[in-house]
Ligand binder design. Sequence first.
Ligand SMILES: [Zn+2]
Ligand SMILES: [Zn+2]
Length: 158
Amino acid sequence: MARQPATAAPLAAKWRKLAEGRCAEKGERLTPARLAVYAEMLARGRPVSAYELIGLLEQRQERKIAPLTVYRHLDFLIRTGLVHRLQSAQTYLPCDHPDHAHESQFLLCSSCGHVDEVESSGLEALLSRIADEHGFRPDNAVVEVKGLCGTCADGQPD
Ligand SMILES: [Zn+2]
Ligand SMILES: [Zn+2]
């Protein structure tokens, strides 16, 4: 029996339902510990590194947490499509729309760290056509676009 986390960040019913749905679909078990990691990431509201996430969880649960445990939970969250890994920044971000499988496109602000997850079927179709033309079989078509978010771009002197 896995030890239950003493405390977890509050998790809105909407996200809990989505998580339960994804797990049921994938035949995965949603344990309290896994849910606590997910809730912590949602509460943070921006991408976190594994290291940062461990710190947040330790603070909330007031105990030491083995990094390997958190990595395992992150693997689970990625596997079930609840969380995305941002390759370029080596951070993790809860998916905006985990109710369906999708390739991911992200707009990453290099000034404030804000990340927007966007979904474009047009871009996905284009990427898959380009891959086709090259006889290439992609297994990961994540697109990460770096730049300035609207707010930061507005604050920039021309
Ligand atoms: Zn997503
Ligand atoms: Zn910004």
